[in-house]
Design a protein around this ligand. Structure first.
Ligand code: SER
Length: 318
């Protein structure tokens, strides 16, 4: 990877991935692709090039690829699970029509492509504990439908056209820079903001609702190290299970309360979020990622909690 385009560079993952890639590959070699209304700001804007790149407009992708001689694309444009249920056609247009545009540009210009899949690519019939790498994927959400299709279309472009597509199934990502929006796992980010602001947290899913989660630095490492991995070792491509921690709301609450003793939480169940969460695995088996490209996370719930609280206190002046 010499010149990289990040599509969706101002989103939850994109805003931090772009900066991490700039650190590793040089500021001028990483282009922040954004859509009007979601312009990069601050350090993201000032530290390197940015371009309007709308995943639904193939010409905008091709123009950026040509202008910057791009050889790797991180395609992070997507609607998350809850919002995709209210806008299913838009979720498809961004997730799949958009992916098609990215893959076609990649095929013509010889780019590698990373387009994340998710724990949302699994469904109620999937084994929920130690979910295997290769198993039943019959999601009932539009988010899940687009993610399974993402995996299949990305593998298709690899086997049929030799495009270097690779991906992981991200769990809920916890971060302190840009908030996620409209996801089922968002509560695990919002709970830290509530704790630092001294607010009572209203939890939308029941105790005992286990889902895989991951701290942002591990998620960024996963994406970058998979794209750098020796291709001869990869038996899988789209997409690898990765895992670092799995918990329900009562467990993350207890982890925070250890450091914020007055913190309070109440439950007010959101039926849509609960039903989506219930259909997703409790914890994935990430053996293949460990074997094929040496995946290894650094953070557990406690070390993430310490870091999140420290960073958010500084950010929110608390
Ligand atoms: N964070 C995503 C969501 O909740 C799952 O990958 O939609």
């Amino acid at each position: 990877m010499k010149n990289i385009l990040v599509i969706g560079a101002t989103g939850q993952i994109g805003s931090e991935l772009t900066m991490e890639l700039r650190k590793r590959y040089g500021n001028e070699h990483v282009v922040a692709g954004y859509i009007p209304g979601a312009e990069p700001k601050g350090i993201l804007k000032d530290s390197g090039p940015s371009e309007i790149v709308d995943v639904t407009d193939r010409t905008s992708i091709e123009a950026a690829v040509k202008k910057y001689n791009i050889d790797a694309i991180y395609n992070l444009a997507a609607l998350l699970s809850v919002v995709a249920e209210s806008k299913p056609m838009m979720a498809w247009r961004i997730g799949i029509d958009g992916l098609w545009n990215v893959l076609e540009a990649a095929r013509e210009h010889g780019c590698a492509v990373f387009t994340p899949s998710s724990i949302g690519s699994f469904g109620a019939e999937t084994p929920h504990v130690k979910t295997p790498q290769d198993t039943v994927q019959r999601p009932r959400t539009m988010y899940g439908v687009t993610k399974v299709t993402t995996e299949l279309l990305s593998d298709y472009y690899h086997t049929k056209y030799g495009v270097d597509t690779r991906s992981v199934r991200f769990p809920g990502i916890i971060s302190n820079v840009t908030l996620p929006g409209g996801g089922t796992t968002d509560y695990a980010v919002e709970i830290y903001y509530a704790a630092v602001k001294g607010e009572k947290f209203v939890c939308p899913v029941k105790p005992g609702t286990l889902m895989d989660m991951m701290y942002m630095p591990d998620a960024l490492n996963a994406a970058i190290s998979l794209m750098e991995a020796d291709p001869t070792r990869l038996k899988h491509r789209n997409a690898f299970n990765i895992a670092s921690m799995s918990f329900g709301p009562e467990t993350i609450y207890a982890a925070i309360k250890k450091y914020v003793p007055d913190f309070e939480m109440v439950y007010e169940i959101d039926p849509l979020k609960q039903s989506i969460a219930d259909s997703w695995p409790d914890c994935l088996d990430d053996t293949c990622a460990r074997q094929e490209w040496d995946w290894k996370p650094q953070y557990d719930l406690d070390s993430m909690t310490v870091d999140m609280l420290e960073k958010l206190r500084a950010k929110l002046n608390k």
